[in-house]
Design a protein around this ligand. Structure first.
Ligand SMILES: C[S@@+](CC[C@H](N)C(=O)[O-])C[C@H]1O[C@@H](n2cnc3c(N)ncnc32)[C@H](O)[C@@H]1O
Length: 317
């Protein structure tokens, strides 16, 4: 679909991953699991954007401030005439901080949330008429390829500490894949939430306005609509807590009652108090990221962090 001269949209959502099998596999486990990627239907994306405005959610404002403060230096390091690929672009808000300085030839946002991505790409195309936007709806946990060709040098942007949703070993594998994608001369601008006092972390994932709770519960409505499950949101509570042994925030839905849920003709029983694990958000020390980047084959690493060392932005090349 080509919706405007400079905005192109590619739908590759189901090319590489069978989502129904993935949901079923998560439910058959002893400790039930739903991948965090299922948070993101259109409402989920809107709720996530609302989360980023909550006072407890320091991640977005800290990363944004870092990008603003260092935009010139970051742009100089990255260089001109690039293909800029953003993983999990959501509202494409953060990239706006860099666009005027960077002036990439092509901006390629990738996201699983189809309608939200399409709207964000259109908005960006209208705001920056000089920019060519190639938006792809894709599950980036699969082994996908870009649906278009570009001779430009490739640079990736992966903000929001979304890398924290991967298990630690998977995160390194993902970095390796990005390194292959960007190739020689390419780079990755990566935002990572750092390890810190757990009261700060617990507050960020339990905002007082209850937006993270609504975001967590919304995964059930998304599964009902897309995969034909019969969840009742009201029968679950939100639970998010820091696990210091794993160095990660773990998010769950807690069954308020004993209940049965069906998916693709299979029934799953939930005891009262039983949890469904919906997200891990791993927190890193700067040195852990440095090591992971080296293991993934990146040679040069630049790091910017805030005074309180809440968050860090890395440029790996
Ligand atoms: C935590 S939000 C971050 C949004 C934005 N980049 C930011 O920094 O504020 C994660 C984004 O990644 C997308 N996403 C999550 N899992 C994905 C997957 N497996 N494949 C593609 N996009 C995914 C979501 O739709 C969402 O827009």
């Amino acid at each position: 679909m080509n919706s405007a001269p400079s905005v192109f949209f590619y739908d590759r959502a189901t090319d590489v991953v069978d989502h129904t099998s993935e949901v079923l596999e998560g439910f058959r486990r002893k400790a039930k699991f739903i991948s965090p990627k299922f948070f993101y239907d259109e409402r989920g994306s809107q709720l996530f954007t609302e989360i980023t405005h909550q006072p407890e959610y320091y991640l977005t404002r800290t990363e944004t401030a870092l990008l603003q403060e260092h935009a010139g230096e970051i742009s100089d390091l990255i260089g001109e005439d690039i293909l800029l690929i953003e993983f999990g672009s959501g509202s494409s808000t953060k990239i706006r901080i860099l666009l005027e300085n960077l002036r990439p030839s092509i901006y390629a946002p990738l996201d699983i949330s189809r309608d939200y991505l399409a709207q964000a790409a259109q908005a960006l195309g209208s705001e920056y008429p000089w920019l060519e936007v190639h938006a792809t709806c894709v599950d980036f946990t699969g082994d996908f390829e870009l649906p278009f060709r570009s001779e430009q040098r490739h640079v990736s942007f992966f903000p929001g500490s979304s890398i924290g949703n991967f298990e630690r070993t998977e995160a390194e594998v993902f970095l390796k894949r990005v390194r292959q994608l960007v190739g020689e001369g390419g780079g990755l601008l990566l935002g990572v939430d750092l390890k810190k006092d757990e009261t700060v972390l617990n507050a960020a994932y339990n905002d007082r306005a209850g937006i993270t709770r609504d975001f967590n519960l919304n995964v059930l409505s998304h599964l009902n609509r897309e995969y034909g499950t019969d969840f009742n949101e009201a029968a679950f509570d939100h639970l998010a807590r820091y696990n210091p042994d794993e160095g990660c925030i773990e998010m769950f839905l807690v069954s308020r009652v004993e209940q049965t849920v069906t998916l693709a003709n299979e029934s799953f029983r939930l005891e009262e108090g039983e949890v469904i694990h919906t997200e891990n958000s791993h927190k890193y020390a700067v040195d852990e990221v440095r090591q992971m980047a080296l293991n993934a084959g990146f040679g040069s690493i630049r790091i910017w962090s805030d005074q309180d060392e809440l968050f860090a932005v890395f440029y790996l090349s």
